[in-house]
Design a binder for this molecule. Sequence first.
Ligand code: FNR
Length: 186
Amino acid sequence: MNKPHVAVIVGSNRRESINRQLAEALVGLIGDRAETSFVRIDDLPMYNPDLEPERPEAVTRFTREVKAADAVLIVMPEHNRSLPAVLKNAIDWGSKPANDNVWSGKLAAITGTSPGAIGTAVGQQHLRQILGILGALVMGGEAYLTYKPDLIEDGRITNEGTRMFLQAYIDKFMGLVAKLSGATQT
Ligand code: FNR
């Protein structure tokens, strides 16, 4: 059986995004249990129904890549105690047309980091609610991290305790990915 495919979405369009660094470290924790690919969202135009008759190429690429994945891993910052607009915009594009909503039935896990004391917890709750409304299967549990400059070095989580915590979160996710992607292939 082919390996499952996990699409990784970074909820930031910042060049030096700490969430991209975290996402890259998490891909390392997935290891060879899945094919992984990063799905761009920073090139998507602002959602506008007027663009629907002829969707921009970036949008059709985005929806195609999400649809093709067995699961999505979303790694996000928090903006004003919610999800960043660039991520909400991507969610909106994927939700339309309603009869072709890419989030419906999609397994998803959410995590993220920010320098704040509750490192993206509130933003993640908002995203969880939105994805739930759209019919995604959002993994339970929480993983939010307060970013410190030495959190990640050479693509690895430096702190042993933090790495073990994230490894357990990823292992739980990969267990669900294996179960659900196996179920759809039989
Ligand atoms: C932030 N930041 C932030 N951090 C946080 O913990 N809670 C918050 O509500 C906010 N709000 C917020 C709003 C806006 C408009 C910006 C630009 C920033 C700080 C933010 O987490 C920080 O910039 C991170 O570095 C963002 O992650 P990336 O983009 O580097 O991945």
